[in-house]
Design a protein around this ligand. Structure first.
Ligand SMILES: [Zn+2]
Length: 414
């Protein structure tokens, strides 16, 4: 037997939430804790209450809806989560979809009186998208927060996270108590848009995630000598930009020799000094964002980048320095949970693919305290973080049904 979500209700909830924070340019602006995001939070809490789900905000202002029974209320919970905050000028799906699917699954089970062995929770995590740095809520939930992060988190306008939390009536350092012990969480599921083109191009309706990529970020500086563009002969230059250009050309080789299929290296931000057209650039500062699903491969990529940069620096007579500004470890999805997803995908006759996630998700944080699994639905043309982000309704329907049926398998009918 397979269960079905109430697609009309899901669609109408989806459309209601998509209107909150939508501006004249068609984009959604629900950055964490701004006025529109606070409205969206209230909307979600209203929905949870309306359907009789126990609702609360934890100390990190994560919104939690819970469906429990007398028999299961002391057992660890099966959690479905994602986020309802957005990047500026966002589409309607990233994050919101996962929360709405979780909401719909809990409503469906409650409505039909289906009681599972383990209690169920749907969670909207605070600031996944990073107004204040990213994954604040899931970090707190998984016990990965520390006072320094709370103190130092600032948005692009210089507003401190701690100020914002205080203005909302909560003590910022209380966020540390949002951490849930391992024995509280049985497992964690998240449905998300793929945010890449693979499922769309291959015409598949769902992806079952095998691993979530790890990521390291470097801020690199190459220093040579600024000099006159006319009087400095080509062979007497210490041109920092040429060093960057050499490194950029090495990237495909580094991936071929030291990376794998899931490896990515991107130089996304470059500043050239002094930045005048008639001066040989004496300094370049640039970012490296590198990802893979294996820690071993990530370490090999680090070694290869370091070696390539030092060789180039030597050859071009530049000084080379870098700082690692971020290191997020890759995470593997739970095999037993993946198996449940595959079985249900087969039962529902879906075209699916097992694939890695190249983007980071709240699931990555939650993996510190519980086994996790993720479902992807296709992103039209691979677009996300844009008002053009879209997934066909029938794929949304399919993904939500896969979640509902898998949820019952994992939370078990006693
Ligand atoms: Zn997201």
């Amino acid at each position: 037997m397979t269960l079905q979500i109430d697609f009309e209700r899901f669609k109408s909830n989806f459309n209601e939430l998509a209107m909150i924070g939508k501006k004249a340019d068609g984009g959604i602006y629900r950055m964490a804790f701004n006025a529109d995001e606070l409205v969206a939070r209230e909307w979600l809490e209203d929905q949870l209450q309306q359907y009789g789900l126990k609702t609360r905000r934890d100390e990190a202002l994560n919104i939690i809806g819970r469906y429990e029974t007398e028999a299961n209320k002391d057992l660890p919970a099966v959690v479905i989560g994602s986020h309802i905050d957005t990047v500026p000028n966002a589409g309607a799906l990233d994050g919101a979809l996962g929360v709405l699917v979780g909401l719909e699954c809990l409503i469906c089970l409650k409505e039909q009186g289906i009681e599972t062995k383990y209690p169920l929770e749907v969670i909207a995590f605070s600031d996944e998208e990073g107004r204040f740095g990213g994954m604040f809520g899931s970090r707190a939930f998984a016990g990965q927060l520390n006072p320094r992060i709370i103190e130092e988190s600032v948005d692009l306008n210089g507003v401190h996270l701690s100020e914002v939390l205080r203005s909302l009536g909560v003590d910022p350092f209380q966020a540390l108590s949002a951490s849930r012990p391992k024995k509280d969480i049985y497992s964690y599921l998240e449905l998300h848009i793929e945010q890449g083109p693979v499922l769309d191009v291959e015409n598949l309706s769902v992806g079952i995630v095998s691993d979530i990529t790890g990521l390291f970020k470097w801020q690199v500086q190459l220093v040579g000598a600024a000099n006159h563009a006319g009087t400095t002969p080509m062979d007497m230059r210490k041109d920092a930009f040429m060093g960057l250009a050499d490194f950029a050309h090495e990237i495909p080789r580094i991936i071929d020799e030291n990376g794998g299929e899931a490896s990515r290296i991107t130089i996304g931000n470059v500043a050239l000094y002094p930045g005048s057209a008639n001066t040989v650039p004496g300094q370049v500062d640039f970012s490296i964002d590198a990802r893979d699903v294996s820690l071993e491969v990530m370490n090999e990529l680090k070694d290869a980048c370091r070696k390539a940069l030092s060789a180039i620096a030597r050859r071009r007579q530049l000084r080379f320095e870098f700082v690692e500004t971020s290191m997020i470890y890759p995470v593997a999805c739970d095999e037993a949970m993946q198996k449940h997803l595959v079985n249900n995908a087969k039962k529902l006759a879906l075209n699916y693919k097992i694939m890695p996630s190249g983007a980071a998700h709240d699931a990555q944080m939650v993996a510190k305290i519980a086994p996790i699994a993720m479902i992807f639905v296709p992103s039209k043309n691979g677009v996300s973080h844009s008002p053009h982000e879209w997934t066909d309704w029938h794929h949304l329907h399919t993904g939500a049904n896969l979640m509902l049926n898998t949820l019952i398998d994992i939370a078990q009918i006693p």
